[in-house]
Design a protein around this ligand. Structure first.
Ligand code: ADP
Ligand code: MG
Length: 396
């Protein structure tokens, strides 16, 4: 993908301008409380710059997947409060998305945050005309569009893609920084290059595994997806997560890796439990001997140590997807050991994925211990898969 022509924030005149800013404020919430504000923090530098330039700022963003309905639990209003705290200045929250009186009257130095853009069905519509109608409403608030919602740039959505066609535009600091890091991972990475993948589903990651296979030196597989790999090797996986329809694809990947001489590291031991719950008794078993009435919820200590050793030897590491169900302390060890290893990489270490970023913070690591913590899960993966990102293409 050609991204060299991405216009920067500094290249665009902003003084006295009304700016429509797309941010990624899609933070995890539990009972209305933000459990990880990383994405809000990551949005601050661009907002501060815009305000310092004397712009009037209207922010549009999404939260979760309300699918065109006004679901109160997916309101951005708690985000407006946190955003205001982090900015150290007032954020005006607008319940209305189209026809917002606050957005229409925003003044230089002010910030308006529009309610969850995905309350509007047109935002994610497959119909370009529908999306364009919404994009025109958004564009009517502004003279300039700044795209900084990296976590959504792989989506052909009205507030990400279509609106860029209607206004002069540029990438915000976050989008520029994310793309810069991804370029480092794809254009002649320093070797050895290791990729660690986990998380729940192989289907989310199969594309990236396939595309990276001839580019990496080591690929380590953990998380729920490892069981589809074990199943492909004919092993008993008990009640563990599995995507049976992908077993043939995984078999192909394994034999391609062998031909290419790429080391695929698979677990040798697994932490299992009788059911998916926080308070169940964990047992460590050999990956060859998972009892049929148990499910694997984390990689075992031997595996974690071997993944950590492989990571330490690498000069470039990309990690996406927790190694186990880190939300339950009994099954967080694998993720913790892998995260720890990433902090000691002498070259570049990148953590990608919403849950992975939340996991490292929850486990007590500091953002600064890693080379880079990406705000994008799907967007980073699609870039690494070699796909074009509509939200970036629209900026070119
Ligand atoms: P990211 O958001 O970082 O890309 P994913 O969304 O792919 O990560 O996956 C995160 C989820 O995967 C976590 O909620 C975690 O509990 C789950 N997970 C990890 N290992 C397992 C497992 N063995 N069984 C079930 N779920 C798992
Ligand atoms: Mg996730």
């Amino acid at each position: 993908m050609t991204i060299s022509t991405l216009a920067t924030l500094e290249s665009i005149a902003l003084h006295g301008k009304r700016v429509l800013l797309r941010c990624d404020l899609n933070v995890p919430l539990k009972d209305g409380v933000i459990t990880d504000d990383g994405r809000i923090r990551a949005s601050i530098p661009t907002i501060k710059y815009l305000l310092a330039q004397g712009a009037a700022v209207v922010i549009t963003a999404h939260l979760g997947r309300p699918k065109g309905e006004r679901k109160p639990e997916l309101s951005l209003s708690p985000v407006a409060i946190r955003l205001s705290e982090l900015l150290g200045s007032k954020v005006i929250f607008s319940n209305e998305i189209v026809n917002s009186s606050q957005a229409k009257t925003v003044k230089s130095g002010e910030v308006v945050l529009l309610e969850n853009i995905r309350y509007e069905a047109a935002e994610t519509s497959k119909d370009e005309a529908e999306r364009t109608t919404l994009a025109k409403e958004l564009a009517s608030y502004a003279d300039v569009f700044i795209s900084d919602g990296f976590g959504a740039v792989h989506r052909k959505h009205a507030s990400v893609y279509d609106v860029a066609k209607l206004l002069p535009h540029a990438a915000g600091y976050l989008v520029a920084a994310e793309i810069e890091v991804l370029k480092k991972l794809t254009q002649s990475p320093e070797r050895p290059y290791g990729v660690v993948l986990g998380g729940a589903k192989v289907s989310d990651k199969i594309g990236v595994i396939s595309n990276l296979l001839d580019k990496v030196n080591v690929l380590a597989i953990g998380g729920g997806m490892l069981f589809t790999f074990l199943a492909a090797q004919g092993k008993e996986i008990g009640k563990s997560l599995v995507e049976t329809d992908l077993i043939p694809t995984v078999k192909e990947l394994l034999s391609r890796a062998e031909e290419l001489g790429v080391k695929i590291l698979l677990p040798t031991d697994i932490v299992v439990a009788p059911e998916f719950a926080a308070d169940v008794k964990p047992t460590t078993v050999s990956a060859d001997a998972i009892p049929s009435d148990q499910m694997g919820l984390d990689i075992g200590p031997e595996t974690a140590a071997s993944f950590a050793a492989a990571i330490s030897e690498c000069k470039t590491v990309f990690w996406n997807g927790p190694m186990g169900v880190f939300e339950f302390p009994n099954f967080a060890n694998g993720t913790k050991v892998v995260a720890k290893a990433l902090t000691s990489v002498s070259g570049i270490s990148v953590v990608g994925g919403g849950d992975s970023a939340a996991a490292v913070r929850k486990l007590g690591f500091n953002d600064s211990e890693f080379g880079y913590i990406s705000t994008g899960g799907g967007a980073s993966l699609e870039y690494l898969e070699g796909k074009e990102l509509p939200g970036i293409v629209a900026l070119n």
